[in-house]
Design a binder for this molecule. Structure first.
Ligand code: CTP
Length: 393
């Protein structure tokens, strides 16, 4: 539950994307948020308020003259306790009215009277979005500190293709979760490796390991949520790229080494989470190996140590290593930290959660060992990000 206890006013304006706000409501609730829906009159022509009442478990407000508020101050009371107002979909008309400070209906009135942040997710035909008037309004909103989420590009309800689609509910959810994270890495460039590597034996076989990539992906996501520009160099995993993260896909350790070294000097932080194969077959067969022999030997040669090479750069980024050990964690983790000349190593016992969604880690730095509580990989990632940010400052 990444939005536990957050109070969100979800404003819905008139547009076909209003039906997606139903899914968004469900996703916000699933993450523990409390959602108060406010609809414009136009929105109710697309989806009925009863749908949102059923999903949110709260009465929906559509009218500023609604007598249900004891003091008749819905426009004030609804936003007073809110952590944020999200308007999704936000029509061109709504953006225009907010840009001008108009307060002709309940939603614009409560937006004008808010004392919390406002995020809007525009949704409209591409020509409406591209129209200089809409662009001018969007620029005014941005200058007023209002966050504009999207719009996305793609096929539209009108049959045209272009910019103006509302972001998908899952994308908006990611933006809301990110919004609540402290921006402790704002302006920083973070480079990470994640996942396993795959070292080819022949065109169809190779040597790899059981790394799921989940911890590295969780860290990439947490760094982006903390405001960093994130480049993730990933070995083969089935995981989706976290929103806002740029991913470079690689297969073998040598490729990962090359991709990382091309970007390392320009990064502020490097986090090596990948389980890089220590060795690779010396001469992978060009054709599929046939099982004619009773036994076979494979010559292996050592792969370069990506993390150690980055840490040895003349002006290295702040380097963080991982040590996944089966035993003697403090000895091995601290050994890796010293040998590779790293300011910080994140150690964990592989018995504690290999491939799982939770992790128990200990941070090792020059001052000693700092255990973190067992938590979901998302929470552990945030704690690691906080620790990195503290040490960077
Ligand atoms: N690492 C790397 N390049 C390698 C090997 C490891 O960048 N060729 C990084 C990993 O991403 C991780 C850390 O180094 O951050 C792990 O250190 P390492 O000593 O290589 O760990 P193991 O491979 O587990 O070592 P060993 O097998 O000796 O325990």
């Amino acid at each position: 539950m990444e939005l536990l206890g957050k109070k969100i006013v979800l404003g819905i304006t008139g547009g076909i994307a209003a039906y997606k706000a139903a899914e968004l409501t469900r996703l916000l609730l699933k993450q523990g948020a409390e959602v108060q829906v406010v609809m414009t009159e136009a929105a109710t022509h697309f989806v009925g308020p009863v749908t949102f009442q059923a999903l949110s478990g709260k009465p929906v407000f559509t009218d500023q003259w609604d007598a249900r508020m004891a003091n008749n101050m819905a426009h004030i009371d609804l936003s007073r306790e809110a952590d944020l107002i999200l308007v999704a979909p936000a029509s061109a008309d709504f953006l225009a009215r907010v840009a001008q400070g108009q307060a002709g209906d309940l939603l614009t009135t409560l937006v004008l009277a808010r004392d919390c942040p406002l995020l809007v997710a525009p949704a409209m035909n591409r020509q409406m979005w591209e129209n200089p008037a809409t662009q001018r309004n969007a620029a005014t909103l941005a200058a007023d500190g209002i966050a504009i989420l999207g719009p996305g590009c793609g096929e539209q309800a009108c049959g045209e293709t272009g910019d103006g689609r509302m972001l998908e509910p899952a994308e908006l959810l990611e933006e809301i979760i990110a919004f609540f994270q402290p921006k402790v890495l704002a302006g920083r460039k973070v480079l990470l490796t994640a996942g396993p590597t795959f070292e080819a034996l022949d065109p169809v076989r190779g040597i790899t390991n059981l790394s799921s990539g989940k911890m590295g992906y969780a860290l990439a996501r947490a760094c982006r949520q903390a405001g960093a520009e994130v480049l993730l160099v990933s070995g083969p995993t089935g995981l989706p790229c976290p929103r806002g993260v740029v991913r470079v896909d690689v297969t073998a350790a040598l490729e990962m080494h090359q991709a990382v070294l091309a970007k390392a000097a320009a990064s502020d932080v490097f986090i090596g989470v990948a389980a890089v194969a220590d060795y690779r077959p010396a001469t992978p067969a060009e054709r599929k190996i046939k099982k004619s022999a009773a036994t076979m030997q494979v010559d292996l040669v050592k792969n370069p140590d990506i993390l150690a090479d980055v840490a040895a750069l003349p002006k290295p980024p702040y380097c963080v290593g991982f040590a996944a050990e089966s035993h003697d964690l403090p000895t091995y983790a601290e050994g890796k930290r010293v040998n590779k000349k790293l300011p910080l190593v994140v150690g964990n016992l592989i018995t504690d959660g290999f491939g799982g969604d939770h992790n128990t880690v200990v941070l090792f730095d020059a001052a000693g060992a700092h255990p973190l509580p067992t938590a979901s990989k998302a929470e552990v990632a945030r704690a690691i990000v906080a620790a990195i940010a503290e040490r960077l400052a």
